[in-house]
Design a protein around this ligand. Structure first.
Ligand SMILES: [Zn+2]
Length: 246
């Protein structure tokens, strides 16, 4: 049976001399497809089935997976390709999608999140640290791990006079007034909790519009990364690589 789908290539495994098996993120879930001859220089499928290519795919279903019969590239995010740190970050986003996005279920919000983040990186419209933290927190939220950052988990207050405690595994926070009662030691400035709240509770297009001091920025980067690692069953190899070359 033949079908068509718009989607982005989020993973590739090279097989044989010139073929690859690719994973696509489409609005209706992850799809695995065989792309014959797609590693041939100048081949018909070479660009449109490469990592980060957003293409219209023509697929035919086989016994175990689809085969790409044709693909027309619509966006390849080529500026990301030319910067090693951005490319490493984009591949990390893709690895997270591979673990978090569903198969054969509505994935349109995962796809919008990934496409938005790639547009921002490609156009240099937002700094990488911010795109990374928003991507991490929102992708985990979409996958069912939204942190409860509304009010303090002890008194319910939405504000805090001083530094707070955030527990990545429990996904809750404790305000400065309740630290002693909760037997906790502050580990983040409150501004970071406010940024997480904005990031996960706003609409996608507003999620990137917050500012932080240099110090709080580092703390948000630490929090969002710890958050991913606390809930994901494995450590993404691409994250180590990104942190190494950054
Ligand atoms: Zn409190």
């Amino acid at each position: 049976m033949r079908s068509t789908a718009d989607g982005i290539v989020i993973w590739e495994v090279r097989t044989g001399e010139a073929d690859r098996v690719i994973t696509l993120l489409t609005p209706s879930g992850l799809v695995t497809a065989y792309a014959r001859g797609s590693l041939k220089p100048g081949g018909r499928l070479t660009g449109s089935t490469a990592m980060l290519s957003y293409s219209n795919f023509e697929l035919s279903s086989g016994k175990s997976m689809y085969t790409v019969t044709d693909a027309t590239s619509q966006n390849r995010f080529l500026k990301i390709y030319s910067q090693a740190d951005k490319y490493a970050l984009a591949v990390y986003f893709c690895e997270l999608m591979k673990y978090l996005a569903p198969t054969e279920e509505d994935s349109s919000e995962f796809l919008s999140l990934l496409m938005n983040c790639l547009f921002l990186l490609d156009g240099d419209l937002k700094p990488s640290w911010q795109v990374k933290s928003v991507f991490e927190l929102r992708s985990m939220s979409l996958a069912g791990y939204m942190p409860d950052v509304g009010g303090c988990s002890v008194c319910g207050k939405e504000d805090s006079a001083g530094a707070v405690f955030f527990d990545p595994l429990e996904a809750v926070w404790v305000c400065s007034d309740c630290l002693r009662e909760a037997g906790r030691i502050a580990n983040y400035p409150f501004s970071v909790i406010a940024a997480v709240r904005h990031t996960v509770y706003s609409e996608l297009k507003k999620a990137f519009s917050f500012t932080l001091s240099d110090e709080s920025r580092k703390e948000l980067v630490r929090l969002s990364e710890e958050y991913v690692l606390a809930h994901l069953e494995r450590k993404p190899k691409t994250l180590d690589f990104y942190n190494m070359i950054r």
